[in-house]
Write a protein that binds this ligand. Structure first.
Ligand code: SF4
Length: 447
């Protein structure tokens, strides 16, 4: 090994939920006496936390692993790779034969055992005991993702997640609140609550569980737990059925909870939704979004359109575009449908031609951009609080960037600031002077 304390390079692919899982593994390994390496040349082992949500994500995970294997097995030294997360969860037994470059595979539900896996891979045998529940996450930036559940029970016909991450399991409120307090004490200014299906948090608790039992109650409890700090609280991945009157009130009436709602509808057609094993209809979605807009002033809405689902007709695709336009989504992610191994939709005999799927995806993306760019441009001339996230290298040198409350970190664009100095986590009052695509340019008007 290269030094007294062996060091680990962490690579995270996929969504924010994987970021949380990597943070957790990092905390466990740090507690067990490991250091973090910043590049593969310094690392004694590499942990790659993979995504397998779509076939393209699985391919990216495999490509990244093979590239890494070339880099770290350069003939001079051999740095073991430990593959974690969704790919081992999904393809478990097949992987050792397919990827002999990888020293160990750790499925998502076994990641709390990462220390013993890395110890074994590096031939370490003596250590202090690490108590898994006591290990604390540390986060460097101003934003932290807070996982409130794992798995999913919805079994949408196109989605492999329930097979990868297992059945829905809410995380206990006490553990969520403790982590929220630790993160805020460590300087975090925004908590982003995530899970595959956040709206049904708590529905799997039995009668004996005390404290918050619904997402609405949890949001209020998180806000109270971190006061007197005024922290932004954002919740992602709500399903339409989860938007209860109680939740709408909690979002509207809890000052820390941002009026930002992410509801991945996937489609508006009742027929397509039924084929997706989802519920709802265009009329119900229209009613939901107009109710949200009328009950939560200034609300920002993000959604998702899965384009080219098997059997989607031209009329249904056009109806989805009209629905997006009419609702005026601020942000829309458009994904092209892909037949995921093991899912019911992959076995449907009405798969669309690739060219049709590409055309519909492009049409969805074009509309999403035109709505999103317009919503961003409409902010020019207004003022809002912006959290400073760090610096970014540009052609003109380093630039400070941050995000406003209406921009979910890492996905909705950023604010480019006109000042040279500020600390990560500072919250500044900013007037927006220009925009480009989803990005805003802003001048600090007061602190
Ligand atoms: S709600 Fe549907 S799309 Fe989302 S994770 Fe669950 S099964 Fe997949």
């Amino acid at each position: 090994m290269s030094q007294a304390k062996p060091s680990i390079l962490y690579i995270t692919l996929g969504c924010a939920k994987n970021e949380v899982d990597t943070d957790r593994m990092r905390a466990l390994l740090n507690a067990a006496g490991y250091d973090e390496a910043l590049d593969s040349a310094e690392a004694d082992a590499v942990i790659i936390n993979t995504c397998s949500f779509l076939a393209s994500a699985s391919s990216e995970s495999i490509e990244c692993t093979l590239q890494l294997a070339e880099e770290v097995h350069d003939g001079v030294r051999s740095t073991p790779i430990v593959m974690c997360g969704c790919l081992p969860s999904r393809y478990g037994d097949d992987l050792p034969d397919e990827l002999p470059e990888v020293a160990a595979f750790v499925p998502a539900d076994k990641e709390d055992g990462i220390v013993s896996v890395v110890d074994r891979v590096l031939g370490r045998s003596e250590r202090m005991e690490v108590s898994v529940p006591d290990v604390k996450r540390t986060v460097e930036g101003a934003v932290a993702y807070l996982k409130i559940s794992d798995g999913c029970d919805r079994f949408c016909s196109f989605c492999a997640i329930p097979y990868i991450r297992g059945r829905y399991a809410s995380r206990g409120a006490a553990s969520i609140l403790a982590e929220a307090r630790e993160l805020v004490a460590g300087g975090v200014r925004e908590l982003v609550l995530i899970g595959q299906d956040t709206g049904i948090w708590g529905t799997d608790f039995d009668e004996s569980v005390e404290g918050p039992r619904t997402l609405a109650e949890l949001l209020v409890a998180v806000a109270e737990a971190v006061r007197p700090e005024h922290v932004w609280i954002r919740v992602l991945y709500l399903q339409p059925e989860g938007m209860t009157p109680e939740l709408i009130s909690a979002i509207r009436d809890t000052p820390e909870v941002l009026p930002y709602i992410d509801i991945p509808v996937q489609h508006c057609s009742a027929r397509v939704l039924a084929a997706m094993n989802r519920s709802g209809s265009e009329a119900e979605l229209d009613e939901l979004f107009s109710r949200l807009r009328s009950e939560i002033p200034d609300m920002v809405i993000r959604t998702t359109y899965l384009a080219g689902f098997p059997g989607e007709t031209d009329d249904e695709a056009a109806a989805m575009l009209a629905f997006m336009d009419r609702t005026g989504f601020d942000y829309t992610s458009v994904f092209e449908y892909s037949a995921e191994e093991g899912t019911r939709a992959a076995k449907m005999d009405c798969q669309l031609d690739e060219a049709v799927k590409i055309e519909r995806t492009q049409a969805g993306m074009d509309l999403a951009e035109s709505l999103g760019f317009a919503a961003t441009a409409a902010r020019v001339g207004t003022t809002a609080d912006v959290i400073v996230d760090g610096v970014e290298e540009t052609d003109d040198g380093l630039e400070l960037i941050g995000h406003a409350w209406f921009q979910a970190p890492d996905c909705d664009g950023a604010v480019h600031l006109d000042i040279e100095e500020a600390a990560v986590g500072d919250i500044l009052k900013v007037r927006f002077t220009d925009s480009f695509c989803y990005e805003l340019v802003g001048e600090v008007v007061e602190e």
